[in-house]
Write a protein that binds this ligand. Structure first.
Ligand code: FDP
Length: 365
């Protein structure tokens, strides 16, 4: 704690990770709520991380900052979602004569345009695009970005939280971009994260060392560091899955559920259920509170629902850095070698012990 000699303010250092101090300002013991008191901005945080890599050329920092810009633009549109719906109902154009687009299309176009202009991206793959998108010429950069522009599509029109998920890979310099440049295992991600458009807009990213969360302050338009070096709680206190898929479950799923629910004591519930139906938002809550999310493969079709490249891999990256785990039941998600751009897998993600328990039950089946 140090006194500011020029004002009556006191700066309190509340935490220090590596070279990242977080300072909160109080006026002689009283907390202030100015945006400037919220801590480091996303840009400051990213640049401080870059200082740990003296050989870095700054492109990854610029890219992460630009993803923050895309997040703000998408967030602004998400907040107007109901209004866009009203315009859409009147025809193909809104009152200003603009073409009405669906929100997931707007989010996709926003990501593609911001990333293309960033000068940091060689190619990208999106849930909304059949094929990968190459950035040609001088605008091309050193990275490949995979993303789901708006995860939780069935929640878009009903005011329920949704999000953007992204994973970042380094493109081998001088190598021409091909499908193989995109089909890399999640382990090769250099950074990953997501943005949740919920009660507040929260951006979470990791470049492999820590997982950090930033909350958008609407008045200043800045993302401020609000959770530092997040660790996923090691005990499962929440279960998230669509229980109506029960007829299509393999036999291990009910066994896992009864094992977790069986931890409840006669007079004390230690495990509860929470399922929003937007993977990224369910994951974010579980990351902070300690929850296990399951979307197992369909036992009849043998197929999973969630996409490996731009849904499961980025979240698995965040989970592992935060001390959790993610698996398809046989292999760590990050070790699966993708064969297709829009490949689907089964997903078990959350506290490492319970992901391991699921794998054991699957092996015993
Ligand atoms: P949605 O179908 O609404 O786009 O992967 C997409 C996803 O949502 C996840 O966000 C969500 O958790 C899951 O699918 C929901 O699927 P079910 O409706 O089959 O439960």
């Amino acid at each position: 704690m140090r006194d500011d000699p020029f004002t009556d303010q006191v700066w309190t250092q509340v935490s220090w990770t590596g070279r990242l101090p977080t300072l909160f300002r109080t006026t002689k013991g009283q907390h202030m709520s100015l945006a400037a008191d919220f801590g480091l901005t996303l840009t400051q945080h990213v640049l401080a991380n870059q200082a740990d890599h003296p050989d870095a050329r700054g492109q990854l920092s610029a890219l992460l900052t630009q993803i923050g810009v895309a997040g703000k633009l998408i967030s602004a549109q998400v907040r107007r979602a109901g209004l866009i719906e009203v315009w859409g109902a009147t025809g193909e154009t809104n009152v200003q004569g603009e073409r009405v687009q669906k929100l997931d299309q707007i989010a996709n176009d926003t990501m593609i345009e911001v990333l293309r202009r960033s000068g940091c991206v060689a190619a990208m793959a999106s849930e909304e695009e059949d094929d990968f998108v190459v950035v040609e010429g001088e605008a091309s950069g050193d990275y490949i970005v995979v993303f789901d522009p708006l995860d939780g599509s069935s929640n878009i029109d009903v005011g329920v939280s949704i999000g953007t998920i992204f994973g970042i890979y380094r493109q081998t310099p001088s190598e021409k971009v091909s499908l193989d440049s995109i089909l890399k295992s999640g382990r090769e991600q250099v950074a990953a994260g997501y943005i949740v458009y919920g009660s507040s807009t929260v951006l979470v990213y990791s470049a492999g060392r820590t997982v950090d969360c930033f909350t958008l302050d609407p008045s200043s338009g800045e993302f401020f560091l609000t959770r530092q070096d997040v660790r996923m709680p090691s005990r499962t206190t929440l279960l998230s899955l669509n229980e109506c898929n029960e007829p299509y479950w393999e036999t291990w799923v009910p066994k896992l559920l009864s094992s977790v629910k069986g931890r409840n004591e006669p007079n004390h519930r230690t495990v509860s259920a929470r399922h929003i139906g937007s993977l990224v938002v369910d994951f974010h809550r579980n990351l902070v509170k300690g929850g296990l999310y399951l979307y197992p493969i369909n036992a009849i079709s043998g197929r999973g629902k969630l996409r490996l490249l731009y849904e499961c891999n980025p979240l698995a990256f965040i989970a592992e850095v935060a001390g959790g785990a993610a698996s398809d039941g046989h292999t760590a998600i990050l070790d699966i070698k993708p064969e297709k751009l829009h490949q689907r897998v089964g997903l078990i993600i959350g506290p490492a012990d319970d992901v391991a328990l699921a794998e054991t039950l699957i092996n015993e089946a």
